[in-house]
Design a binder for this molecule. Structure first.
Ligand code: SF4
Length: 374
């Protein structure tokens, strides 16, 4: 049986591939790309049909983080000219959230920069959740506030949060090369805490930071091992003013292979096409919808995405439909109905082709006087 038939068959049975099969998938050639997408698409359609879940980001607190994650425009010492502001008032955040929900978003992701929340911060977020739920009672709320301490996940759950996001980002082995102020274990601990608190665990990765295929496969299996419900797959947005500026190592074809690998490792889990899709997949974005079942609508935390209307048009043109609020995202049991400071080694090879002109710092929505992109 061919590799792709094996992978699709396992995905339809909720079985993961072997590590070797996942690596072999990443090593397939561009000539096989449509076959890879088709095989992953079989698994995607089996568990999620043609539904696309829309998620909407609201950056509650932007920039000035004391941590040194090298990929992040909000990091310690960042020279990226991103918006910086402290906590939005609950009504301001609710205005942005409602704009996203009105455009079709089912989940609102409330994000704040920083190592982790104080108990006072958790109270602020609880007030924000109440303000949003007051206007849109059915919306799913995901909080993303950094490392959790005892009782904070429970407090967020009691306030009405549905999920908690904390990304592993890269493999355990590579983690020390992208951040020195906290470790992989800290991140995995917060994913476990969120799950143990009864929140739906959301955790994903960032590709394009100079990692190897082994790193990508390792982080995908680590996420599966943590039992996460949703996996955002980000592609590095190499902001000027951060240590990873100028890293344009991804091709649209490689992005699709990475998404397919994650789909096969986590076949029945919400796989979300996240930050960087516009600048790395570019005109191949619609093909990714055959692999993922979830995307962010509109803008990201500190950069602008394509217009929300363009996202909706893309979904419709590709033959998919926006997932309704009353439809469960996750399939039930049984068969489905259908470096610290820049010490990041750059691989040898051709010099990267820069697409820096495609990165637009966010200047609208939360924290500004301009309406949000939704
Ligand atoms: S990823 Fe989070 S913790 Fe790391 S620098 Fe950015 S805002 Fe801070």
């Amino acid at each position: 049986m061919s590799l792709l038939e094996t992978l699709a068959g396992k995905g339809l049975r909720r079985e993961p591939p072997t590590r070797e099969e996942a690596l072999a998938l990443l090593a397939t050639s561009d000539d096989d790309l449509l076959d890879v997408v088709a095989a992953a698409g079989r698994v995607r359609r089996h568990w999620f049909g043609r539904r696309v879940k829309l998620n909407y980001l609201v950056n509650l607190k932007s920039g000035l983080c004391p941590e040194d994650c090298s990929y992040c425009s909000q990091r310690l010492g960042s020279k990226a000219e991103v918006l910086t502001y402290t906590w939005l008032k609950p009504e301001e955040a609710a205005d942005a959230a409602v704009a996203g929900v009105s455009a079709g978003a089912k989940r609102v992701c409330l994000v704040a920069s920083g190592r982790g929340p104080t108990d006072r911060d958790v109270d602020r977020v609880a007030d924000t959740i109440a303000a949003i739920k007051d206007r849109r009672p059915d919306v799913e709320i995901c909080a993303c506030l950094g490392l959790l301490r005892d009782g904070q996940g429970e407090r967020l759950r009691d306030a009405g949060a549905h999920a908690y996001n904390h990304n592993l980002n890269t493999s355990e082995e590579r983690y020390g090369g992208i951040c020195t102020t906290h470790g992989f274990d800290d991140r995995a601990d917060t994913v476990r805490r969120s799950r143990d608190a009864g929140l739906s665990a959301c955790s994903g990765l960032i590709a394009g930071m100079g990692e190897s295929d082994e790193d990508l496969v390792d982080v995908a299996f680590a996420l599966r091992g943590l039992g996460v419900d949703s996996v955002p797959v980000n592609f590095l947005i190499p902001f000027e003013g951060t240590p990873l500026a100028g890293q344009w190592r991804l091709t649209p074809q490689r992005c699709l292979r990475i998404l397919a690998m994650v789909r096969f490792v986590c076949p029945d889990v919400e796989v979300r096409l996240a930050g960087g899709r516009e600048i790395h997949l570019r005109s191949l974005q619609p093909l990714a919808l055959h692999v993922v079942n979830s995307i962010f609508l509109g803008d990201y935390l500190t950069s602008e995405g394509q217009a929300g209307k363009a996202d909706l048009d893309m979904i419709a043109d590709a033959g998919f439909e926006v997932e309704a609020a009353d439809v469960p995202t996750m399939p039930g049991p049984g068969p489905a109905p259908g470096g610290g400071d820049g010490a990041v080694p750059v691989p040898e090879g051709e010099p990267p082709v820069s697409h820096a002109g495609l990165v637009a710092v966010r200047r609208r929505g939360a924290g500004t006087d301009l309406p949000p992109n939704a």
